[in-house]
Design a protein around this ligand. Sequence first.
Ligand code: SF4
Length: 325
Amino acid sequence: MNMYDAKELERLLSLEDEKSLLELYEQADKVRRKYVGDAILLRGLIEFSNYCGKYCYYCGLNATNRSLERYRLTKEEILDSVSQIAAADIKTVVLQSGENPMLRPEWLAGLIKDIKSRYEIAVTLSVGERPREDYKLWKDAGADRYLLKIETSDKKLYNSLHYGMDFENRLRCLRDLKGLGYETGSGIMVGLPGQTLRSIANDILFFKEWDFDMIGIGPFIPHGKTPLAGKQAGDVNLVLKTLALTRIVTKRANLPATTALGSLGKDFRVEGLKAGANVLMPNFTPAPYKKLYEIYPNKRCISESTGACAPCMGSIAASIGRTIA
Ligand code: SF4
């Protein structure tokens, strides 16, 4: 019998008393130490464009938000940020943008080749749903990893939050990415309106079934310029329980303490690192643009200068007796 079937995960997700929560987080912490060790992995994030043609109901970058000033970094600006990431001895760069149909696949392939020819650094892409041939072009150009969050594995809920998008195409993308040999990452938002504990339990089983290399779990945070404006934000304890159970069930996956988890009034990334997380993602988007990548409001550290996050990661690690990889 599987110890962690949907029913049991749902029960654990409903735990409320402090003692049980502490035990759960401690168990996740033990599993984390045993399978991925104490060192925290850093991923240097560059949000290179906030143009997006999609209408995800929870996201401030959605195409209907006409009040948002849009930007796209030049290749030189991106390479400058990559050089700062390399100088900080970070071994992975994450190139992220909204899902822009105007993004020319050849342009991104050229950028990947430039980065790989100059630095010994892994390149992670996060630019959304694309045809298989684009994923292949980028893989052949040297890309190593790809992040595509499923947001929720509940097909009905997914379709209700993604106007004009199709859950099956999302799965097709994830299958293509895995088939092409990318280290593939996914993830969910916790606290989405209409999401149940059973649905989150199924998300955790979905992560196990797909055997993702990285899984991002963050709270839903409502944005004023979206159809979900005014809805309640995800509960931090529910995010931490989901993170802890994902660690216990998946064991080896890399789990970031997400920036969204650090943006709930207090910086809960430390709690995330103590409940199973082992990755931090310092932001290297050039300072003037950082604040325009507003997926949700009150995002953490958007006024810091470019690269200022990297040393801060060292202090977070030291505060809990961990090291940076
Ligand atoms: S979540 Fe991604 S695809 Fe959806 S609106 Fe935001 S940036 Fe665009």
